[in-house]
Design a protein around this ligand. Structure first.
Ligand code: PMV
Length: 289
């Protein structure tokens, strides 16, 4: 029996646009998913398509227990964290000798299959390696970790990533003249953000723009916008939807001494707040003791 954990993630910039080869910036965050795998001839892994695919890809059978601190279907990358931690645990339990790069690549293929061919390697890369990444055209580049103070607001409206990705694909197909310029503007915001990673005030303003652009391509939600406004009014540098949208979570970049106040405002507006910061560690073995 072996237990591995992997961190969740937030998109600071560029979600949805990354699906079309445009750049995105994402960061691993503290809540983790813990996965225990035990060898066995029988398969006990419920109905998750991600977990089923992990055992199939690795060519083994066994049972699994998951303990998640990350809310699922909320845009914090819980499916990627489960996939990465499951692959690492299987790899360890069965001594399969795959390295981390290989595991991250397999995890990406699994996510892509489950999401019907439309996915970026963002979630799986961040979960596997931890820290901060710039993703572009399907490739990942590690960025120097930044000590941002973040408050996440969970709208408690569950969303379906595949469905939201499909919605943007439909808009892109039916109204390319509307959708494509917005995706290009998101790219512009991400590239501008790359210049100011050390400057939370400027980044916050860019996050506000990114939020509006996500709304423009139809992946907003009134509850998310309410939480975004609550965070801005109480002193956040900026705030935006994070992940696939249509529900799920928003993030606010905040001055350190405003974190509690902003979290409080999010809760007043019926969101669940998580005060967090970067997790520089990716997937790791836990002590089963
Ligand atoms: O809902 P999440 O956190 O899995 O975010 C999805 C982000 C998208 O850009 C919409 C899809 C992707 O695979 O990058």
């Amino acid at each position: 029996m072996t237990t591995w954990s992997a961190p969740g993630k937030v998109f600071l910039f560029g979600e949805h646009a990354v699906v079309y080869g445009k750049p995105g910036i994402a960061m691993a965050i503290k809540p983790r998913v813990y996965v225990t795998v035990r060898k066995g001839n029988q398969s006990h892994y419920g109905k998750s398509p991600y977990i089923e695919a992990c055992f199939k890809e690795m060519g083994v059978r066994g049972s699994i227990y998951i303990n998640s601190q990350l809310p699922s279907s909320s845009g914090l990358g819980s499916s990627a964290a489960v996939t990465v931690a499951t692959l690492a645990a299987i790899n360890d339990e069965y001594n399969l000798g795959r390295n981390l790069e290989e595991l991250a690549d397999i995890a990406f293929l699994i996510e892509k299959n489950v999401q019907k061919g439309r996915a970026s390697p963002t979630d799986t890369s961040v979960s596997a390696f931890g820290g901060m990444f710039f993703i572009t055209e399907g490739r990942r580049r590690r960025l120097a970790p930044q000590n941002y103070n973040l408050v996440i607001g969970n709208s408690m409206v569950s969303h379906n990533t595949s469905r939201m990705v499909e919605l943007v694909a439909e808009l892109k197909k039916n109204n390319p003249d509307i959708c494509n310029p917005v995706l290009e503007a998101i790219e512009g915001v991400t590239m501008e953000a790359m210049k100011y990673l050390h400057d939370p005030q400027r980044l916050g303003k860019l996050m506000d723009i990114n939020h509006a652009l996500l709304d423009a391509i139809g992946v907003g939600h009134p509850v998310l916008t309410r939480l975004v406004l609550a965070a801005r009014v109480t002193g956040a540098y900026g705030a935006k939807t994070t992940g696939a949208g249509g529900g799920g979570c928003m993030i606010a970049l905040t001055p350190k001494n405003f974190r509690n106040r902003i979290a409080g405002a999010i809760e007043v507006f019926d969101g669940r707040a998580i005060i967090t910061s970067i997790d520089t560690e990716g997937v790791r073995k836990e002590n089963d003791g």
